[in-house]
Ligand binder design. Structure first.
Ligand SMILES: NC(=O)c1ccc[n+]([C@@H]2O[C@H](COP(=O)([O-])OP(=O)(O)OC[C@H]3O[C@@H](n4cnc5c(N)ncnc54)[C@H](O)[C@@H]3O)[C@@H](O)[C@H]2O)c1
Length: 280
């Protein structure tokens, strides 16, 4: 899909970070927009800013882990603009701790937002996009944690590995049906956003207490925070997404230097060696 002007994009997790940058890139290319996010106040501010810059944009408060709310988002987008050309299922959350300390609530939260947020969107939007025919593209945001296994991040890794394989399967399903809808999976390395503060979306009783982490996990959390702060700008990831849509590229890797880690992982698997530790 090479023409974007006048077409319609829906972006989840669009109030800030990578999602916001994708929405801004879509607007810069003349797309009409529906922004979705669980953070209603920030979503309103982002939507207002896009509108003041001339975009035809609407925001809807949505918890992507709730299937019914994502169905409502698809209904809303189609009634507002008639159809959707580009869907970006981007909302995601993270927290870090060893797997043996990861609670049922942690699993539910990360799988709910990161994996079901994507599958809810595919189920809600794709039947509509397929039945209307014409060109389209679906993007899901995974992570390098979908291709590698970071220490102390079992639930995040699992959710992002699941997103990668769901999108690979989707790519095949669309191709086997000669659909004119492409698929891409965004696997960024570190990006300068508030991902390390994801628990801002949780209730007080569910929060990870820094003091409860053992020294190894505490060191990893600190390293992740530093790496995110030194990460690329979200706009760089957003431009990579649109280049991938325009060129029909499936895998979108924003950090060339992290490819060595992926290669090492697959070499470890094929050589049946223990996994190489990923350097943060
Ligand atoms: N920042 C990084 O280094 C990095 C690296 C790899 C992948 N990612 C992925 O990029 C995506 C975007 O994250 P980001 O870095 O921009 O973080 P961010 O925290 O800045 O933005 C995430 C957005 O998702 C929203 N959100 C959270 N829970 C939601 C829910 N249940 N329903 C709807 N919206 C919800 C938040 O309100 C926020 O606006 C995520 O999927 C994340 O896992 C980020």
């Amino acid at each position: 899909m090479k023409d974007f002007a006048g077409r319609v994009a829906v972006v989840t997790g669009a109030a800030e970070g990578i999602g916001r940058a994708i929405a801004e890139e879509a607007a810069a290319r003349g797309m009409k927009l529906i922004l979705a996010d669980i953070d209603g106040a920030r979503l309103e501010a982002t939507t207002a800013e896009l509108r003041s810059n001339g975009a035809d944009a609407d925001g809807l408060r949505v918890d992507v882990s709730k299937a019914g709310e994502v169905d409502d988002l698809a209904d809303y987008a189609c009634s507002r603009f008639g159809r959707v050309h580009v869907l970006v299922a981007n909302a995601g959350v993270a927290c870090a701790k060893p797997v043996w300390e990861t609670t049922p609530g942690d699993w539910e939260w990360m799988m709910g937002v990161n994996l079901y947020g994507v599958t809810n969107a595919l189920r809600a939007f794709l039947p509509r996009m397929l039945s209307l025919g014409g060109e389209g593209h679906v993007v899901a945001t995974a992570s390098m944690a979908g291709l590698l296994s970071l220490p102390s991040m079992a639930a995040y890794n699992a959710s992002k590995h699941a997103v990668v394989t769901v999108m690979e399967g989707l790519h095949h399903d669309l191709a086997l049906r000669n659909a004119r809808i492409g698929a891409s999976v965004l696997c960024p390395g570190w990006v300068k956003t508030r991902i390390a503060l994801s628990e801002r979306h949780r209730n007080a009783g569910e929060l990870t207490r820094a003091g409860d982490l053992d020294p190894v996990a505490a060191k990893i959390v600190g390293a992740v925070q530093q790496a995110v702060a030194a990460g690329i700008e979200p706009a760089v990831a957003a431009r990579a997404v649109f280049a991938a849509i325009a060129h029909g590229r499936f895998y979108v890797l924003t950090h060339r230097d992290s490819k060595a880690g992926v290669r090492a992982r697959f070499d470890d698997i094929l050589e049946e060696r223990p996994p190489t530790l990923v350097r943060l």
